[in-house]
Design a binder for this molecule. Structure first.
Ligand SMILES: Nc1ncnc2c1ncn2[C@@H]1O[C@H](COP(=O)(O)OP(=O)(O)OP(=O)(O)O)[C@@H](O)[C@H]1O
Length: 914
């Protein structure tokens, strides 16, 4: 919430008004009352064509919306005032929302002309980030959720009240479409789900203690009573006849009850008729992708130089808003049920094979309106005549969509086709009732078609006859008076008149009554003309009123079919996504992934010639790479900077995610297991807001993974341990690798610059090395971007620095330093390893990695005095044994020697000396 609002400077009745409350004008007094009643929002108060705010709120509105701050003066004082025009309020409202304000629209609920005295006003709508319904304020491609989080426990007739005290419930409502979801889990999982659904606004129940979230919802204080189990059950019962059958815990009941109660409050305390279904789901029914994974895999937001390119943007070939929102939902929640995945894949496959069906579907779906939001508007009595025609236009497409699917061969497509109710009754009703091109206003007539209502036709007939009589009047009067220039006309102020120019005034008959004098003529009426005019006006007024009533009736009739229309919207959304996935698969040469019960063979991930779906689109050439990861294996990926490690790891994960969405994948072929979760710990993510150091953040993400990964999970680790000293980092990386392999059994890809880590492959069968290659020619590096077996031998860091444009002198110096370090390392390795030998052995006995690394470190420390080493070697007489040792050392390729091999070598050498 906005800080000003929190300080109370903007919300609530202005204190300066309250001081003179009894003297305020009736209108300002009404304003102050409404502000008091709605002290959680900026009250925008309709005065004619404007929404006005006063005092502190006026200053906030003027500043935020960049409108002029004016003043209203009356006997009680001078009040700061700022207004926004009602006709284009959307843009201003958006600014207020963006600035963190909540807005209450206090509208005139009485016709100003009919009001005796002060016009009655009431707050008709609360506009907050999670409850907006205005098309202009909504993102067509994203669901806008209002969320509620609650904790279990408390009273319950059907459950043990305390048993679920640690369960968290989470519910979201999309007030613009009527979608309502509820779920429950332990705290960690519920929070993860909250991050995944990322509601724009959140009401939080008592006793819930939420950590900092990775997104930024508006947190709204709401009556704690709404979270009460009985109150929540009462609220839910209006939407589900057996509320306890919908939810599985008190926490869920509390959450969904409070979410619906708040949504009702925001919509002027009325039931949301268009919430026809409350859907409960278990987070474990979907592939779990937490906020970190969604972010680092760049599903929806790009964090790299390829600005704007995300998996969603690559896939988004949807033809309508329904499809766009559904695609997003599918990507956020890939499936884990193999049959469901296969059903989607079958459907995509069938559409891939049927180009004609795809083209037809795209064409028909592109003229489909946003049915979900339309229905919600119909239900909220906000739909105008054009909305109803849009509904009809959309329903007109339904038979064509069914037709396009007729030849396709897939169970899911057949089911969707069957669920496409053509809704002929609704279509005919709207078609018969509403003219094909109605005006925007529904109160000024011209909306209802002829022939729909006999009474209306009758009234219209009367008005028409009157108009006809008037239109013949001119000729009749010309003949009667002999004045050829006589004209009959009409204007808004005076109504019908007969106009006679001044020279002919002497021929005007006696029954003409003067109506208006102009410069060159006089205007008259006759009693009969007046009578006809009244008749026409009465008929038109009656017709307008009747039309409005008829329109409201039709709209209400349509609203009763909300659930059927929503079912059609649902099917159209699925079809648009399946069609999109097929289009993308064909256009980008994707292949159908294979799943087999329990995985294929070893149950691992096997991808031939896989590609990164986003990177491949951003550049001219992309080198495909295979992945062969048996279930539970750990692949250590080494290679120079920029060689493609991160891209590779992400592409493996994206292939798996896409496959579980039901999409084809960017690869020649893929045989995959059904994963339960994808974890990512990629890059050093900053968490300045969370107040954690980079390393701390990295470690908490690692903890999360080590605790929660299972044998069915895919884990991506990139550079774990980089945020601390090399020795600690390496130790942590190695220990984590061993734990993932030995204890968790998660399939893991671990990109690292710690070349020493690659030794982990030596003593564990399921750990193996991959590396990315680069070619070095004349000091220049070319990345081949292709993965190969085994560890990498060089890091090419200096060359990458050169590529990045680091000044030549710095590059040169760095190269010298590397050479020096390598030479030192070689000599130190000889002495140091000998010195450390005893301790390393002790470490090996101790069996811990940390002890091993400590041993090595101590070895290095003891050899820090170069003089001692030099002195020892300088005074030694070369004996044949020493010669042999020296020769063996000279031949040893240290760059390609693992610690184990080095120990073996040492032991050999020691043997020789002894
Ligand atoms: N398979 C590929 N084919 C073609 N280009 C690729 C491929 N993989 C990566 N690239 C290109 O190389 C760039 C660097 O890749 P990436 O970030 O994956 O390297 P990295 O090895 O993870 O680097 P670092 O160790 O510095 O994080 C990418 O932005 C992309 O443009």
């Amino acid at each position: 919430m906005n800080a000003d609002a929190q300080r109370g400077a903007v919300y609530g009745a202005p204190p300066e008004m309250l001081e003179v409350r009894d003297d305020l004008t009736p209108m300002l007094s009404q304003y102050a009352d409404l502000c008091e009643e709605h002290d959680d929002a900026v009250v925008l108060f309709q005065v004619g064509d404007f929404y006005e705010a006063f005092c502190g709120a006026a200053e906030a509105v003027a500043r935020t919306c960049e409108v002029t701050l004016t003043q209203r003066e009356d006997s009680t004082g001078t009040w700061p005032m700022a207004g926004i025009p009602i006709d284009n309020a959307a843009g201003y409202l958006e600014r207020l929302l963006d600035a963190g304000y909540r807005v209450a629209l206090a509208e005139q609920v009485e016709d100003a002309e009919e009001a005796s005295g002060l016009v009655d006003r009431a707050v008709t709508q609360l506009i907050t980030p999670g409850t907006v319904v205005d098309e202009e304020l909504l993102d067509a491609g994203r669901a806008t959720y209002l969320g509620a989080v609650a904790r279990g426990g408390g009273n319950a007739e059907t459950r043990d009240g305390d048993a679920d005290a640690d369960t968290y419930g989470l519910a979201v409502v999309d007030v613009s479409t009527g979608e309502c979801l509820v779920t429950g889990a332990d705290r960690a999982l519920a929070l993860e789900e909250l991050e995944r659904l990322a509601p724009a606004e959140l009401v939080v129940g008592p006793d819930c203690d939420l950590p900092d979230l990775s997104f930024d919802p508006m947190e709204t204080p709401f009556e704690p009573g709404a979270f009460d189990v009985d109150a929540a059950r009462e609220t839910l019962s209006a939407y589900a006849p057996r509320p306890d059958a919908v939810v599985e815990s008190n926490a869920e009941l509390r959450a969904v009850g409070a979410a619906l109660a708040y949504a009702e409050y925001a919509q002027g305390d009325s039931k949301l008729e268009y919430v026809t279904r409350v859907t409960r789901f278990d987070p474990r029914e979907f592939l779990q992708l937490d906020a970190t994974a969604i972010r680092s895999l760049e599903l929806f937001e790009s964090r790299s130089a390829r600005a704007g390119s995300t998996l969603f943007s690559v896939l988004d070939e949807t033809a309508c808003a329904l499809g766009r929102r559904r695609l997003e939902a599918w990507l956020r929640r890939p499936l884990v049920d193999r049959d469901e995945i296969e059903a989607r894949l079958d459907a995509v496959d069938a559409l891939c094979d049927d180009a004609l069906a795809r083209t037809d579907l795209r064409e028909h779906l592109s003229s489909v309106y946003d049915l979900e939001r339309l229905v919600a508007r119909v239900s909220r009595e906000r739909a105008d005549a054009r909305d109803l025609r849009s509904l009809k236009t959309t329903l007109d497409r339904v038979p064509e969509v069914r037709e396009a699917l007729a030849g396709t061969d897939s169970d899911l497509l057949a089911d969707l086709r069957d669920s496409l109710d053509e809704l002929e009754d609704v279509r005919d009703l709207v078609g018969d009732a509403v003219v094909s091109d109605p005006p925007q206003e529904i109160t000024e007539g011209g909306v209802i078609a002829d022939g729909f209502d006999a009474e209306l036709d009758d009234i219209r007939g009367t008005a028409e006859a009157g108009r006809e009589w008037v239109s013949n009047l001119e000729a009749r009067e010309q003949e009667r008076t002999g004045i050829d220039s006589l004209e009959v006309g009409y204007n808004q102020v005076h109504g019908y008149y007969i106009e006679v120019t001044n020279p002919n005034l002497d021929r005007v008959p006696d029954d003409y009554r003067r109506r208006q004098t102009l410069k060159n003529s006089e205007r008259f009426y006759t009693p009969e003309l007046k009578e006809r005019e009244d008749e026409i006006l009465r008929a038109s007024d009656r017709a307008d009123a009747l039309e409005y009533d008829l329109f409201c009736e039709v709209r209400a009739d349509v609203a009763t079919e909300s659930a059927r229309i929503q079912a059609v919207a649902d099917a159209l959304a699925d079809l648009d996504v399946l069609r999109t996935l097929a289009d993308v698969a064909v256009a980008n040469d994707y292949a159908r992934p294979e799943f087999r019960a329990g995985g294929v063979g070893d149950g691992g991930i096997h991808i031939d010639a896989g590609r990164h779906p986003v990177v491949e689109r951003a550049q001219d050439e992309f080198v495909p790479n295979p992945a062969d990861l048996p279930r539970g294996s750990v692949a250590l990926v080494t290679g120079p900077n920029m060689s493609g490690k991160s891209t590779y790891m992400r592409q493996v994960a994206l292939v798996c995610v896409l496959a579980q969405v039901g999409s084809f994948v960017p690869a020649e072929s893929a045989r995959l297991p059904v994963l339960d979760r994808v974890f990512t710990r990629i890059g050093a993510s900053d968490d300045i807001a969370g107040g954690q150091s980079t390393f701390m953040r990295e470690m908490s993400e690692l903890t999360e993974i080590l605790h929660n990964a299972t044998g069915d999970s895919l884990v991506l680790l990139d550079e774990v341990g980089r945020g601390t000293s090399t020795a600690d980092g390496l130790a942590i990386a190695r220990a984590a690798t061993e734990f993932l392999h030995d204890e968790v059994g998660a399939t893991t890809l671990f990109a690292t610059h710690y070349h020493d880590l690659t030794d982990a492959a030596d003593d564990r069968e399921g750990v193996f090395n991959h590396h990315f290659t680069a070619a070095r020619r004349d000091g220049e590096v070319t990345f081949l971007h292709s993965v190969a077996d085994g560890p990498s031998s060089s890091s090419y860091g200096v060359e990458v620095a050169q590529l990045a444009g680091v000044p030549a002198s710095v590059v040169e110096r760095a190269r010298d330093l590397v050479d020096e370090t390598e030479t030192d390392a070689e000599s130190t390795a000889v002495d140091g390893v000998a010195a450390a030998n005893g301790e390393s052995e002790a470490a090996a006995e101790d069996g811990t990695l940390a002890a091993y690394v400590d041993g090595l470190e101590n070895g290095h420390r003891e050899t820090e005095n170069p003089n001692r080493a030099t002195a020892t070697t300088a005074t030694a007489e070369p004996t044949p044994e020493l010669e042999a040792v020296a020769e063996a050392l000279r031949e040893a390729d240290l760059a390609d020697t693992t610690p184990l091999a080095a120990l073996n070598l040492l032991s050999d050498l020691k043997g020789k000396l002894e």
